[in-house]
Design a binder for this molecule. Structure first.
Ligand SMILES: [Zn+2]
Ligand SMILES: [Zn+2]
Length: 366
């Protein structure tokens, strides 16, 4: 079949929207008609070239849609199911899946980074040449063929454009507060960076009952947004950041610090915001090959914890439906995350807006 899709010819170029050929789903694969796809910084890492990936590639990994057809051997979903797509599909039987770490499942890692399906081949083509699938999803397209493990069925009354956000920003942000560095009632929390993920960390911290929630961003436009998502205090990044955080946390620093940008120098500064015995969770994805220089003497003497948080440590089949239940119950703000809707033809415009740093989430609606 044919599908309109936005593909990246090579790093440092603009996305090109064109008609591509999409093969039918093979064994264990599902054809999904996309309803919406969020625009995330991780996609931009391919455009800038900081994430290496086979090219050309259709980007997009934060999508939701409706199952149109299934290949042989598909048991997880049926035609007509509403699904949120999971960019870290889990097999259920590998070393990590058996240890309750499905977000680290090792079965799909190889094919996903090769931009292909599990059997080692892509389903997308252009002029007879292969086009690769980012995260095994490639959601910047009207239709996508994905592994069945990437399809998480969800309630049909959830609008698909907000359900799409659950597939990356919401799971990553809220999950970080529920599972990666669990926030308890009365805790103090600092969130560094108030983009799509940071705003979800803020509302996750509020959901968990945090008492003091301090949001830091370099954009004045984000301050009001951060309050809307649960920040009790907002700080423009600057010289007084550390002193103000200490003032607000009894002079000690916060119980939990979440860095949601992925800049090594900001990650290093964020360690100071945590109290002795507190945790710094690195949620934002730093460029591959970059490095931090943390003061190990401080980490040892003050028993600070620095830990990674990948995909919010979520179990997607369990947590995506739960996050949409919380939305339906009015306990998570998802509509408010969407700063602007775009058509697929406007995909480059959506990235330009994201790079201004003044918006929550742009969403491509099909
Ligand atoms: Zn993402
Ligand atoms: Zn696994």
């Amino acid at each position: 079949m044919k599908t309109q899709a936005a593909f990246l010819p090579a790093p440092q170029q603009r996305l090109v929207v064109d008609e591509l050929t999409l093969d039918p789903p093979a064994d264990g694969e599902v054809l999904v008609r996309l309803a919406a796809s969020g625009v995330c910084h991780s996609d931009y890492h391919l455009i800038s070239g900081t994430t290496k990936h086979p090219m050309p590639a259709v980007l997009g990994h934060e999508g939701a849609g409706v199952v149109e057809a299934v290949g042989t051997g598909v048991r997880h979903v049926r035609v007509g199911d509403h699904v949120v797509l999971n960019w870290a599909p889990a097999c259920g039987i590998c070393f990590y899946c058996q240890r309750d770490k499905p977000n680290l499942c090792e079965t799909f890692t190889g094919p996903i980074w090769a931009g292909v399906m599990l059997n080692g081949t892509p389903r997308l083509h252009r002029n007879g040449q292969p086009v690769y699938h980012y995260c095994g999803l490639a959601t910047f397209a009207q239709y996508a063929v994905v592994p069945q493990e990437s399809c998480i069925p969800v309630r049909r009354d959830a609008p698909l454009k907000v359900a799409a956000l659950v597939g990356c920003a919401v799971a990553t942000g809220v999950g970080a507060t529920l599972y990666s560095s669990p926030v308890r009632p009365g805790d103090s929390v600092v969130v560094v960076g108030c983009g799509g993920v940071g705003l979800n960390i803020l509302q996750g911290a509020a959901l968990c009952g945090a008492q003091t929630i301090i949001a830091i961003d370099s954009s004045p436009a984000k301050m009001e947004l951060a309050r809307q998502f649960g920040a009790t205090h907002t700080l423009l990044a600057g010289d007084q950041t550390l002193a103000t955080i200490r003032d607000l946390t009894g002079g000690r620093g916060a119980d939990h610090v979440f860095e949601a940008i992925g800049i090594p120098s900001v990650q290093e500064a964020s360690l100071d915001y945590a109290r002795p015995g507190g945790t710094l969770a690195l949620v934002g994805l730093a460029p591959m090959g970059s490095a931090t220089n943390f003061p190990s003497a401080i980490i040892t003497r003050q028993e600070k914890v620095v830990k990674g948080s990948y995909y919010g440590t979520v179990n997607s089949p369990r947590d995506f439906p739960m996050l949409l239940d919380l939305y339906a119950a009015g306990k998570l703000k998802l509509d408010e995350l969407i700063s602007k809707e775009y058509t697929l033809d406007q995909v480059n415009e959506a990235f330009d807006a994201m790079l201004t740093g003044n918006v929550a989430r742009g969403v491509i609606v099909f």
